[in-house]
Design a protein around this ligand. Structure first.
Ligand SMILES: Cc1ncc(COP(=O)(O)O)c(C=O)c1O
Length: 365
């Protein structure tokens, strides 16, 4: 008997999620510039966490004690930050874990989940892992959600509709009127607001009115905590209770808990960094727009999707890596002439702009 004989049948053909390369795998002898590698492929925060997080973790000694399974300190702090009652809040090991938990809660074999492509890959990946079937409804030519098509795709087996707002990688938000039509279907609608702090636009207030609306958020991006894995959801208390029942008891570790508490204590500092990232994003959109052959799209996140109509996005990513700069190519068939860059510091962004200018000039495009 082989190991494969023991694996759940539907997982034998699963396409692995393609995570971004870690820092340790970047750079190397091929680099043309002597400068340090610039990692702009994971929508990470170039300013890092709040200094209060670093201080709080340095002074922590209780690593031998399990964290609170009810997450009371975290949920109390988030209640004040989100103006939502504690019983409507649950935290997870990143937004990723909450996506997975919601699917584990709802999916029977062959149930359907709708996502709106191009979009974040974890919705389809976790759906497959959970034994569900992903129904991908393409966004329109402006990358807006095609609400009519989503509604037409709903069947008796549809369990969840996922929409990211701002959407990764296209950077646009889901307008309220579109959301209202989606929640009007009665199906669970998950609005992933991982990049909320960069857009300033949220649908969280609607959670009280619509028990089938779930908002997901993260501290990976605006609070610079990607490596600690902490996110949260806002939703009807009944769904929170169900998720509390099925989640691993200690799903949020003590370091992530401390980091969340210290970050929210220092929200003003982090929001100032968010403001700098937004200013840099808008400056980059304007600078990149000046380069012939590049078409940066508007963005409400901390990243920009750039169209390169004449060449493949992958080839631009490869050439940039020889300058020790790492951006993200995209597997979606509609995005073969695009790449995505995360907003870095002003110096990093300027080096990226210089390198891109040189690459395009050398190609004579
Ligand atoms: C739309 C979207 N949702 C969720 C995540 C993952 O968030 P977390 O780091 O909290 O798991 C990402 C990460 O890039 C994302 O782009």
């Amino acid at each position: 008997m082989s190991v494969e004989d023991s694996i759940r049948h539907h997982l034998l053909s699963i396409k692995p999620y393609e995570p971004v390369l870690p820092k340790s795998a970047l750079g190397g002898p091929g680099a043309l510039e002597n400068d340090l590698p610039i990692k702009l492929n994971g929508n990470e925060n170039p300013y890092g966490p709040s200094p209060k997080v670093v201080k709080s973790l340095a002074g922590f000694t209780e690593y031998h004690v399990y964290p609170d399974p009810d997450q009371m300190a975290i949920r109390t702090k988030l209640s004040a930050y989100t103006q939502t009652s504690i019983d409507s809040i649950i935290a997870g090991s990143g937004c990723d874990e909450l996506i997975d938990l919601l699917l584990r809660l709802t999916i029977d074999p062959d149930d359907e989940v709708i996502d709106c492509t191009p979009t974040f890959g974890m919705y389809s990946f976790s759906t497959h892992v959970c034994g569900g079937k992903i129904i991908s409804v393409p966004r329109n030519s402006q990358f807006a959600v095609d609400v009519d098509a989503v509604i037409a795709a709903i069947t008796a087996r549809t369990k969840i509709i996922f929409v990211a707002s701002p959407n990764n990688p296209t950077g646009n938000i889901l307008p309220a009127e579109d959301l209202l039509r989606l929640v009007g279907t009665g199906i669970l609608v998950v609005v992933d607001e991982t990049y909320y702090e960069f857009s300033g636009i949220t649908h969280a207030k609607l959670v009280k009115t619509y028990p089938n609306l779930i908002i997901l958020r993260s501290l990976s991006k605006w609070a610079g905590l990607a490596s600690l894995r902490i996110g949260y959801g806002l939703m009807d208390p009944t769904i929170v209770e169900w998720l509390m029942t099925i989640k691993p008891p200690y799903n949020v570790n003590a370091a992530a808990e401390l980091a969340l508490l210290a970050s929210l204590e220092d929200a003003a500092y982090l929001k100032a960094n968010v403001k700098s990232i937004i200013q840099e994003r808008d400056r980059m959109i304007s600078n990149l727009g000046e380069i012939r052959g590049l078409n940066p799209l508007p963005s409400s996140g901390n990243f920009i999707l750039v169209e390169v109509p004449l060449v493949s996005g992958k080839s631009i990513c490869e050439e940039l890596s020889s300058y020790n700069i790492f951006v993200r190519d995209l597997s979606d068939p509609r995005l073969q002439n695009y790449f995505r860059l995360s907003i870095g510091t002003r110096e990093q962004n300027d080096r990226l702009t210089r390198s891109l200018t040189k690459i395009i000039e050398d190609r004579g495009a």
